[in-house]
Design a protein around this ligand. Structure first.
Ligand SMILES: NC(=O)c1ccc[n+]([C@@H]2O[C@H](COP(=O)([O-])OP(=O)(O)OC[C@H]3O[C@@H](n4cnc5c(N)ncnc54)[C@H](O)[C@@H]3O)[C@@H](O)[C@H]2O)c1
Length: 410
């Protein structure tokens, strides 16, 4: 009997020791994993460390901003539902900053208020950079409710969580689309906001909600109205990789690169609208964009300059104050000029087809960036279109599938 008991005892001691060993090994593996940040580290404030929640940090601009913040020693938590962003971008950031307490990725949808609240409860954020959004003008005219929900309603969710968890600093990604089609150029922050498509309207509503809420608190708010963002990380780690199904709504730089890579036969540039009148006779005429070469004019801002504006905005954000800034170069370039620069940057003679104007598109939009220059000491430095496009092309041409394994072409 005694022999049997001692055998059982030694068996169970062995099992306990085995389980303890397994647990220790698992803990070590988790701690070494770049994805792992001890809940204790992120759930408490640490002197000298600013913890920034970057919503939409798997996307084009958000990932570049996260990279800059990490380089500047911020602690970063990315929240993204990967509906449009790329886990590949997050993985690159994780590899670059594997130390515990630097970068955390949380897969979540900002429309899920319960989840957002939980994220704020478990993390001691000092500030929020709210990039997450669906962001295509053309798509917004086809799916307006999606845009109001994703942009306006989700901003409300973020603000409510910030209020509930006493997070006092917000840097908000807004857009020149909130101005609509002003008659007077350049656009200053005083230019009346009269958006003409659901995307611009949803962003303007978000701005209004943020401003109204800030009046009841001592929040530090910076609203940055970006113009057209181009370019990518000069060190070639990140780039712009929208979903292939979004190509038809896509931005001009993406379309140029797709044409240069032969994914699409050529570029479709909106030039004129063809309208019909049935009274008293049927006739038609062409109404061109009222710009120098008939193609629309935009202000192209390099993503490197844009993210530096965000870091400055964070540094200059003051409790009880709302700063609103245009982030552009102050220089309008026509789509024709852009296409020529893209041809030179890629070395490909891209075919161009002129089409009728898209609904919700504006003719001429460029910024007056003097406010941000005077108040935040920021100015666009990467203003050579061809150079910005060359950097982006270098990343694009080896990545036919965005962040999927590299594939060399041409
Ligand atoms: N790209 C431009 O030219 C431009 C110009 C003006 C303003 N903006 C604004 O900048 C911000 C970033 O734009 P981008 O070009 O990087 O777009 P993007 O599509 O590359 O990135 C947006 C990110 O937000 C994520 N996201 C979307 N809905 C979400 C949700 N409900 N929950 C969690 N994550 C969600 C997407 O998965 C994606 O990773 C947007 O707010 C956009 O309106 C962009």
């Amino acid at each position: 009997m005694d022999v049997l008991n001692s055998k059982r005892k030694s068996n169970s001691t062995g099992r306990i020791l085995g389980a303890a060993l397994l647990l220790t090994v698992l803990l070590i593996v988790f701690r070494l994993s770049p994805d792992f940040i001890s809940p204790k580290v992120v759930s408490r404030q640490e002197p000298g460390v600013t913890h920034v929640l970057v919503t939409g940090g798997a996307g084009y601009i958000g990932s570049h901003a996260a990279l800059q913040l990490l380089k500047d020693s911020y602690r970063v938590t990315i929240v993204d539902n990967l509906s449009r962003g790329n886990m590949g971008a997050v993985k690159i950031l994780q590899k670059l900053f594997p130390e515990p307490g630097r970068l955390q990725f949380i897969y979540a949808d900002l429309g899920d208020a319960k989840m957002v609240n939980k994220i704020f409860a478990e993390n001691a954020f000092d500030a929020v950079m709210h990039f997450a959004a669906v962001a295509y003008v053309g798509e917004s005219t086809l799916e307006p409710l999606r845009y109001y929900h994703n942009i306006t309603s989700n901003t409300l969710v973020v603000l409510e969580a910030m209020a509930a968890h006493n997070v006092k600093t917000l840097i908000y990604s807004s857009t020149c689309a909130t101005y609509g089609e002003p008659t007077k150029m350049p656009i200053t922050e005083e230019t009346p906001q009269m958006p003409i498509n659901p995307y611009g309207k949803a962003k303007k509503m978000s701005e209004d909600i943020i401003i109204d809420f800030s009046k009841t608190t001592n929040m530090a708010v910076m609203i940055l109205r970006y113009f057209n963002v181009i370019g990518s990380d000069p060190d070639g780690r990140l780039g712009e990789a929208p979903r292939p199904e979004l190509r038809e709504h896509g931005r001009i730089s993406g379309a140029c690169f797709d044409a240069a890579r032969g994914i699409i036969p050529g570029l479709k540039v909106p030039l004129f609208t063809l309208s019909f009148f049935f009274f008293p006779f049927v006739f038609s005429w062409l109404s061109y964009y009222k710009t120098a070469d008939g193609t629309c004019v935009r202000d192209y801002i390099d993503v490197t300059d844009l993210v530096s504006a965000h870091v400055l905005a964070l540094a200059y954000a003051k409790p009880g104050k709302v700063g609103i800034y245009n982030v552009g170069t102050g220089k309008g370039r026509s789509v024709k000029e852009f296409v020529e620069a893209c041809k030179r940057a890629t070395g490909v003679d891209i075919k161009v087809e002129y089409l009728s104007r898209r609904p919700g598109d504006y003719a001429e939009v460029y910024s007056d960036p003097s406010k941000i220059r005077h108040e935040l000491n920021w100015t666009a430095r990467h203003i050579n279109l061809q150079e910005s496009l060359q950097i982006a092309w270098k990343w694009q041409k080896t990545r036919l599938n965005g962040y999927s394994p590299p594939m060399a072409i041409g």
